[in-house]
Write a protein that binds this ligand. Structure first.
Ligand code: FAD
Length: 377
């Protein structure tokens, strides 16, 4: 792939961080299953969380291509940390940056950029997953603010977050057009967090339910114009999908790299397994999947940067790259033979962590439905 100087520089410095700080420790961090606070704070100091925000506003001034480059590299090291960082850099802070008052930015957005506060994004409810129009967490207008009641679930970073960007309904009759985002600080009376979920993969991402019982927030905590919630969400959906595809590329690179190393080391029948054509075919398929994922993902990222509508391209990138990551992890468990089934080697982690990519930003059934519509069905 042809890359700009800025991309190469960012890629090199992130690759150094990933090779030195993540790859050697990923297994241990995953086994501990804790929120990686120190690494999170380190990424904040490095300016990673500000990559999508202008330098003049406290960010590091990167575009979507650079954001994807960072996500890809982090995911090559540890998907959990990459997922937490992506949440912090995009969904968890975007609405504060775009619609928050100066006071809100000072209190929440800037500390989040520096890695001093943890952000998250609450859309999903027990009865509203893909069907977000059915979201029923209610925000009722009072004299000087809103009272929020309802329940969110599957909130990534939920158990450790300092503030929540929450999708609420202010006018149920209007359905989609009654949806709005609100900033709800974690210490708001009436907000309670459930027990962290027991997860299959990305075990350092902490996820839980969040319940809101008569949570009062002032008027300026509504982020975006009344009834604009879905429109504002749609305006970053292509980027969310493209970023998820970049995470999938990182996982594919990790799996492919480990498989190539292993194939050169492991000898059976008097030669290394790299000599066997059936192993070569698997490696070739993984390499082709990776290159195709890159082409789709960075095409979508460049379209985001050029302000060209690209929801379909981003959906294709997320769909293809994530499915390719699932295939790569599956092949890794085979190339490693029995060791691919051991918790001591990396393929099991890739095999579990790739599932993280299947749900957020749209399940693959939803993406396929949208792509089919675009194709003419
Ligand atoms: C690891 C993880 C992290 C997450 N983090 C967050 C987060 O931070 N914030 C947040 O708000 N949410 C988060 N989610 C929730 C995620 O966004 C939802 O899982 C997703 O929107 C799908 O909703 P659901 O799980 O309720 O599935 P459902 O919508 O109930 O779907 C169930 C099945 O039916 C299929 N289906 C549904 N509708 C259709 C249709 N119209 N046509 C065809 N098939 C359909 C789906 O594809 C799926 O296979 C997370 C989920 C996971 C697993």
């Amino acid at each position: 792939m042809i890359r700009s100087n800025a991309e190469n520089l960012i890629r090199k410095s992130m690759a150094r961080f990933v090779d030195n700080e993540l790859v050697p420790k990923a297994q241990e961090i995953d086994e501990k299953g804790e929120f990686p606070r120190e690494l999170f704070e380190q990424l904040g100091r490095m300016g990673v969380f500000g990559i999508r925000y202008p330098k003049a506003k406290g960010g590091s001034g990167g575009n979507c291509v650079l954001f994807c480059t960072v996500c890809e590299e982090l995911a090559r090291g540890l998907m959990s940390l990459a997922a937490i960082s992506a949440m912090q850099s995009l969904m968890g802070t975007n609405f504060l940056f775009r619609f928050g008052s100066e006071e809100i930015k000072e209190k929440y957005f800037h500390p989040a950029m520096r890695g001093e506060k943890v952000a998250c994004f609450c859309l999903t409810e027990p009865e509203a997953g893909s069907d977000l129009g059915n979201a029923s967490t209610l925000a009722v207008r009072t004299e000087n603010g809103f009272l929020i009641n309802g329940m969110k679930t599957w909130v990534t970073n939920g158990p450790v977050a300092d503030f929540y960007t929450v999708l609420c309904q202010t006018n149920p009759e209007k359905k989609f057009k009654g949806l709005n985002f609100f900033l709800v600080p974690a210490d708001t009376p009436g907000l309670s967090r459930g027990k962290p979920f027991d997860l299959l993969g990305t075990r350092n991402t902490k996820i839980c339910e969040i319940a809101f019982k008569d949570c009062f927030v002032p008027l300026d905590h509504m982020l975006g114009g009344e009834g604009q919630g879905m429109t504002n969400l749609l305006s970053i959906l292509a980027e969310i999908r493209t970023m998820t595809a970049a995470l999938a590329i990182g996982l594919q690179r990790a799996a492919l790299g480990d498989c190539i190393r292993y194939a050169h080391e492991r000898a059976q029948f008097g030669k290394t397994i790299a000599n066997y054509q059936l192993i070569q075919a698997k490696i070739a398929n993984m390499a082709v999947d990776l290159e195709a994922s890159r082409l789709l993902t960075y095409k979508a990222a460049r379209m985001v940067d050029d302000n060209i509508p690209c929801l379909t391209e981003a959906s294709m990138a997320k769909y293809f790259a994530t499915e390719a990551a699932c295939r790569a992890a599956d092949q890794a468990t085979r190339i490693f033979g029995a060791y691919g089934y051991s918790m001591e080697y990396s393929p099991q982690r890739y095999y579990r962590d790739n599932r993280f990519l299947l749900y957020g930003g749209g399940t693959h059934e939803i993406l396929q439905t949208n792509i089919a519509k675009w194709a003419g069905l």
